[in-house]
Design a protein around this ligand. Structure first.
Ligand SMILES: Cc1ncc(C[n+]2csc(CCOP(=O)(O)OP(=O)(O)O)c2C)c(N)n1
Ligand SMILES: [Mg+2]
Length: 363
């Protein structure tokens, strides 16, 4: 029997937001009113700092002074724009590449270096940073984020939860379950999809047949939009509005950006992508366009950049020095497994301490 379409059950569209184009030209009608020169410069400085941190971390890894590292190069605008849009009490839930968010939200830098030296102490995020720990199993942070957002609603704190997930992460069941329940519960959740076009060696086009990742929100009955993720102002604007509206329910923001470096230091992207693609995105570098814009309006100069870069290097070097002096307490491996220490673990800890295990005394 032929199906006869009598009327339309549902129609959806996904909007795309850009405030500053790749040449640093602004659309004044889209410019958020609260962004004065001071705040715009702060945005650029935060991006510059994140890039310098990232270069240092990469270099430490290459020298054998850090474990496998996931660089953020190219994704600064998505991270800094969204982090700066958060209010003091909002909470963020990262995946594993959101170092720029951690830094902008005030995580002491030596703690970040500690994490990438392989110490779990580096994943103990101070309460005032209001961030969850780095989460490597792809998209497993998402149901937690929905739960945390619902908890804010339940407790009436007024805070929103901003959760980060990669383009690859949006193919996981955890992602769909998280946005579905966030929709049902009208949880104050903002999902930032950091669409950097690659999930290790899987390109975005092989990830899903959907034309946009933002439209996945439609299936969950929640708001979804696409943003130029290399435009820090657009990311800021979209995130701020989503946070302001979070009492009404969740929003998914797909930030279109690009992973300019390797997936991690264990990866070689030249094996699966071509130079032309990288060059295309280099012209859309988030720092370059913001710098062009700020210099054009006289708010930034090369002299300022040199001075700030030098200061950043000193701060970064001091944090590395502190992290490299860290001496772990081996008994810590027993401490955070359960909310309390069960007898079986306590016995093991006692045995290990008594046998001088820490000093390698007794096998
Ligand atoms: C559940 C799970 N499956 C596979 C992996 C291996 N893995 C680590 S990162 C990654 C790709 C993630 O891509 P995306 O979500 O786009 O994030 P990106 O690395 O681009 O930031 C994969 C498959 C993992 N860590 N966890
Ligand atoms: Mg990706």
């Amino acid at each position: 029997m032929a199906v006869c379409l009598k009327s339309e059950a549902f129609e959806a569209k996904v909007e795309y937001l850009q405030v500053m184009d790749e040449n640093g030209k602004i659309d004044p009608s889209q410019m958020p009113a609260d962004l004065d020169d001071k705040k715009l410069v702060e945005m650029y400085k935060n991006m510059l700092f994140a890039r310098q941190y990232d270069a240092k971390q990469l270099s430490l890894q290459r020298q054998g002074r850090a474990v496998t590292y996931a660089p953020l190069l190219g994704e600064e605008a998505t991270q800094i724009g969204s982090a700066m849009a958060m209010r003091k009490d909002d909470i963020f839930v990262p995946a594993f590449r959101q170092h720029g968010v951690f830094i902008t939200r005030g995580l002491p830098l030596d703690i970040l270096f500690l994490y990438w030296r392989g110490f779990e102490e580096g994943n103990a995020i101070p309460k005032e940073v209001r961030g969850y720990a780095n989460m490597v199993p792809v998209a497993t942070q998402m149901p937690h984020a929905t739960g945390a957002a619902y908890a804010q609603k339940y407790k009436g704190t007024g805070a929103a939860v901003v959760a980060y997930v990669g383009d690859g992460g949006t193919s996981e069941g955890d992602f769909y379950e998280a946005i579905n329940f966030a929709g049902v519960w009208k949880a104050p959740l903002v999902v930032i999809i950091e669409n950097n076009q690659w999930a290790i060696s899987i390109p975005r086009k092989n990830q899903t047949a959907a034309q946009t990742l933002a439209q996945k929100a439609v299936g969950a009955g929640i708001r979804g939009l696409q943003v130029d993720g290399n435009d820090v102002i657009a990311v800021y604007k979209a995130t701020k509005e989503a946070i302001e509206n979070s009492a009404l329910g969740p929003t998914v923001i797909e930030c279109i950006t690009y992973r300019m470096g390797m997936h991690t230091t264990a990866d070689d992207p030249t094996k699966y992508r071509n130079d032309e693609e990288v060059q295309y995105w280099q012209k859309r570098d988030p720092l370059l366009r913001m710098k062009t814009y700020l210099m054009g309006k006289g708010a930034w100069t090369n002299d300022m950049e040199n001075k700030v870069s030098e200061e950043n290097s000193k701060i970064i070097d001091a944090a590395v020095e502190k992290a490299e002096k860290f001496s772990p307490d081996p008994s810590a491996m027993f401490q955070h497994v359960y909310s309390f220490m069960p007898d079986i673990l306590k016995n093991e800890l006692d045995d290990a301490s008594a046998s001088n295990f820490w000093q390698g005394g007794n096998e």
